[in-house]
Design a protein around this ligand. Sequence first.
Ligand SMILES: Cc1ncc(COP(=O)(O)O)c(C=O)c1O
Length: 464
Amino acid sequence: MNLSKLYELLESEINKDFKKSKVIDYKSPNEMIEHLDLEINDDAQGEEGLYKSIEKYLSGSVDTAHPLFSNQLWAGRNYPALISEFVTTLRNTSVYTYETAPAATIIETFMIDMLCKQMGYESGDGTFLTGSSNANLISLLVARNTLFPDIKSKGLSSLPELCFFVSEHSHYSFEKAANVLGFGEENVIKVKADKDHKMIPAELESSIKNALAIGKQPFYVCGTAGTTEVGAFDPLTELQSIARKYNLWFHTDGAWGGALIFSKKHKHLLKGIENSDSISWDAHKLMGIPLICSVILLKDNNQLLPAVCEQTSDYLFHEHEYDDLDLGKKSIQCGRRVDSLKLWLSFKYYGMKGYEQRIEKMISLANYLTNKVKSNPSFELLAPTTYCNVNFRFKPDGNFTQEVINNINLKARDEMYKEGIALFNYCYIEEKLSIRFILANPDVSTSDLDDILEVFLLKCKNQL
Ligand SMILES: Cc1ncc(COP(=O)(O)O)c(C=O)c1O
């Protein structure tokens, strides 16, 4: 196979002038079907066809490395991690046994240990898995099976109705997990938060008491470290002391905000995380590792294996000298990608200091954008900025209904997307449509932020 075309492609991506390129060359679904030339023929198309299709895929995709892409909790490009993705695929290893994945097993074990120690777990445990939605699910599974070990063999019917508590601003993965694990979505009890989106400890306690009063069995509380919408950090220590009072498991969903552990300046926002029974964290968010790169960490190193698996198949897990290293036993997956390599290589490439600087840069850019918004009377900041989420909207002078203001903001945002200028997301904060701008790409400059605000403002004003 001739790789020169691949080098050309990589070089043109690395040297791309983002000032001259769009975030997306928007096409409707029908146009996209046509653009991609989907048909698969009897005759092979070979290398020429391969690169043609690759080009079509790239030109049909959002460029998430573009500085004006800020739609998700991740953005930008991380070259050491991108290269290690290629290396991962080159060996195409599955991390279930030491025998089949010797280097990957040692690297994953090292990374889990290193992450546990960073979070404050002296001898923790954990595994890489397919995202924090699944990490949250596994935390519920381990909590449930540790607190009620009979469930594993007898099922849920052996106990009263189990319920658990999350913030009203928690991630929607908890409902999915409740569905998958058989608790039922009604047993995800949403606890009220304050105006800054932080869970209110007194509300947690009264929700627990109410659940007990109607005969439910509370077993788990989750505090969120970095909410998806506004980036709020729940008061972990206060919530934990209530959870402990009722003998409940305490999980921290640090999918988004857990990265602050690497910043001396900002890690105080995670105070108490070290006392959680479990933690979810996504390295594919602020750390810029390509999706998927995610872990569940447990404070006690004797809980994951018995809760998840133990009964294994002898076609795969043989008894051998090092069988205690066979990581597949701790996962609900069988085949499992090597996601630890890209994180390890990225840490080695940038160093801990490099990551610390990256995180602090993103927070100072979020503060820069916040100050720009605050200093312009045409904008309204809709939530305080504590992390990398900036929530605001255009607010015209005069008497406009909420619906009209929401539509103006939405239309300006959608126009910018379809014209390929920028892609940023929105959510609703008390019925106000909020532009949720995420600072996750270290290649963003203050002038990019000035430009994006200027265009957005113009597009909003043009509708008046
Ligand atoms: C707070 C929080 N928890 C969990 C998740 C789910 O993470 P993933 O997309 O890796 O499943 C997200 C995703 O945005 C999140 O913001």
